[in-house]
Design a protein around this ligand. Structure first.
Ligand code: SF4
Length: 243
């Protein structure tokens, strides 16, 4: 069996295309871990691309959203440590694999590209005993734009986040792993989502003290940088989101 870690991102889509070209789709599963806060266009891309491939899309979910995980773990996800990724994506996928995929007869595929190859040892160790392959790393020249163009040429509409300038499409742009430029882009493109996360972060801070999704370094000291402060600075200084 060939199991693609199918996130709705363009890398996982391109990975599925390459696995289908090599092995066909008869024994392929597209495994999607739902964080429940994905954007509508991502869900649409998932279902339409799976239907086009002719491979089953299997959805697994923990049932909580990222912020519910932060409250339950009493820890606010950030760029260095994101429990949401482990709890909402890896663990539900692993439970499905344990119940449905013999590790001796199953290969997993993860859509990282050649530029992210340093992550391979950690990903392999994390998914043991299943074998993991990374087909996109065979194409060092492959760019995100080329993958997006491939999908569009097949009549698909990739998640809107790419058109909006985000590097990644997941969690509706509200990814705690994003940096300041990412969150300023969210503020510009989706002020409602930014405001929602700003409010949630303030509630979390009221309970747990001076923690924040973002951090900044000043005078060689790393400090939390709340979204409220990021927005205020943006408004006061007329900063524009990074290109
Ligand atoms: S995309 Fe970001 S916010 Fe969403 S689960 Fe992954 S690390 Fe967490």
């Amino acid at each position: 069996m060939h199991v693609i870690q199918y996130s709705g991102g363009i890398g996982s889509w391109a990975t599925a295309q390459r696995v289908a070209a090599r092995h066909g789709t008869a024994n392929m599963i597209l495994l999607f871990s739902d964080t429940l806060i994905e954007e509508t266009s991502l869900y649409t891309f998932l279902t339409e691309s799976a239907a086009q491939l002719g491979a089953p899309l299997v959805r697994v979910a923990d049932g909580r959203t990222p912020f519910e995980v932060y409250w339950h773990s009493r820890f606010l996800g950030n760029s260095r440590l994101a429990p949401c990724s482990k709890i909402l994506k890896q663990q539900p996928a692993r439970r499905w694999l344990e119940a449905n995929a013999d590790s001796h007869a199953t290969t997993l595929y993860v859509g990282i590209d050649a530029g992210e190859a340093r992550r391979i040892p950690g990903i392999r160790a994390g998914w043991a005993p299943w074998t993991v392959q990374f087909p996109l790393t065979d194409e060092p020249e492959l760019t995100k734009e080329a993958m997006l163009a491939e999908a569009r040429a097949l009549g698909l509409t990739p998640p809107a986040a790419y058109e909006e300038g985000f590097a990644h499409a997941n969690c509706g742009g509200m990814c705690v792993r994003g940096g300041q430029a990412h969150w300023l882009r969210l503020l510009e493109r989706h002020p409602d989502r930014f405001a929602d996360y700003e409010r949630r972060e303030q509630e979390f801070r009221a309970e747990f003290g001076d923690v924040a999704i973002l951090k900044e370094q000043r005078d060689r000291v790393v400090r939390p940088l709340p979204l409220t402060e990021l927005r205020r600075r943006h408004e006061n200084r007329g900063l524009s989101p990074a290109a």
